[in-house]
Design a protein around this ligand. Structure first.
Ligand code: SF4
Ligand code: SF4
Length: 385
């Protein structure tokens, strides 16, 4: 099968590190996190950013883990800014202080996306698995806006906070954000591991969708609301990544290049590494990138479906996770022969709050069960520097 000629990429997500002081149970990072010793050095990241600019990439998203865990973050931002890349820092806020925010702004950072876990401090700290995280984020939001950097607040919705989706939008307004992204949990990585505790009931999800859509009207002109609705409750799947290997690349802390952040869970894909290939070679020729380009790989019902150029058959990773075969239609689609799997999962969603300590918090290495079960901000071995 010949893959079609690749389009031009527009965005690069650089996962600078998997270290993160928080332990969000919905984190989409893989269960097997890259250790600090395997992280790419400064010079390699800078070379990757130069290659990205060379192939026409415009937007650089600096992510993790917590990107502020890297001491060279401002140096990396400065290099990207010099190349003319639009730099967006995706951060938990924990690990940033006034000096760090000022240094990043001076280095040429264009935008900050700050995550919040809930509008209620106690619940937010419980979800993050880190005492004091909420207060820290409020402080960082004000540092960011004082510095004059545009702020977006990101909130991931799940069972523990689904009733406060609207309150989180209102919190974003109070924090001075110009934009808020309300995204229902995607069940990859740690999110998949905790799915039973995170999935809201259909009624809860629908009420949250309604509330956020209403706020889009009432807060028009005050804040831009980007709303990523829960795909498990939709009729059709999301156009995952705007199509496999069509617009963006992800580089992991150790330099592996992925068409999407969850792609490693699909067995048999061959990923190339920036330490061995240029970004251009990877974009054009990496077997993993070419595996699901175009529509030759599709099975029915996608192959003959009119929507295949709209949603690209949905998410390959979700198709694999739920059916065991990545070429199947995303089972979220009501036309998929496997759609009943999603219906069964939804039927099991109890809509009750998770008991404190019940989450499998994201962490670098397994902790003994008795420690891993409690609120564990201080237990995490990945503190921001
Ligand atoms: S643990 Fe939370 S803050 Fe850290 S990378 Fe994952 S989602 Fe982001
Ligand atoms: S059958 Fe495939 S292409 Fe058609 S709507 Fe469903 S997932 Fe999309």
């Amino acid at each position: 099968m010949n893959a079609p000629a690749p389009s031009r990429p527009v965005g690069l997500l650089a996962e600078l590190t998997h270290r993160c002081p928080l332990g969000c149970p919905y984190c989409s990072n893989p269960l097997d996190l890259d250790a600090r010793e395997t992280e790419l050095p400064t010079a390699t990241w800078q070379r990757v950013f130069s290659e990205a600019a060379g192939i026409g990439i415009l937007q650089l998203h600096l992510s993790g883990g917590e990107p502020a865990s890297r001491r060279d973050l401002a140096e990396l931002v400065a290099h990207a800014a010099k190349l003319g890349l639009y730099t967006n820092l995706i951060t938990s806020g924990v690990g940033l202080n006034r000096a760090a925010v000022t240094k990043l702004a001076e280095a040429g950072l264009d935008h900050v996306q700050l995550s919040i876990q809930d509008s209620q401090p106690q619940s937010a700290d419980h979800i993050a698995g880190y005492k004091g995280a909420f207060a820290r984020k409020v402080e960082v939001a004000s540092l960011v806006t004082e510095t004059g950097l545009p702020l977006t607040v990101n909130a991931v919705i799940h069972r523990a906070n689904v009733r406060r989706a609207g309150a989180m939008v209102e919190l974003a307004v109070r924090l001075g954000a110009r934009r808020v992204e309300i995204a229902h949990t995607q069940y990859y990585g740690w999110g998949a591991r905790n799915r039973g505790l995170l999935m809201p009931s259909r009624e809860e999800a629908e009420a949250a969708i309604e509330e956020v859509e209403r706020l889009k009207t009432t807060l028009a002109g005050t804040i831009v609301i980007d709303h990523v609705a829960p795909d498990y409750h939709a009729r059709y799947p999301k156009p995952c990544m705007s199509g496999w290997a069509r617009r963006t690349l992800n580089v992991t802390p150790a330099g592996k290049v992925l068409p999407c952040h969850a792609a490693e869970l699909i067995p048999g894909l061959e990923f190339w590494n920036v330490t061995q290939h240029s970004l251009e070679e990877i974009w054009n020729n990496s077997p993993a990138f070419n595996a699901f380009r175009g529509d030759e790989w599709m099975r029915e019902p996608c192959r003959s479906c009119a929507r295949k150029s709209v949603d690209f058959g949905g998410c390959r990773c979700q198709a694999f996770m739920l059916t065991g075969e990545a070429r199947e239609a995303d089972p979220v689609c009501h036309l998929s022969p496997h759609h009943r799997i999603v219906e069964e999962i939804l039927a099991e969603a109890r809509g009750e709050a998770a008991e404190p300590g019940a989450y499998a918090y994201r962490r670098m290495r397994p902790l003994p069960r008795s420690r891993g079960e409690r609120l564990q901000g201080e237990d995490l071995d990945i503190s921001a520097e």
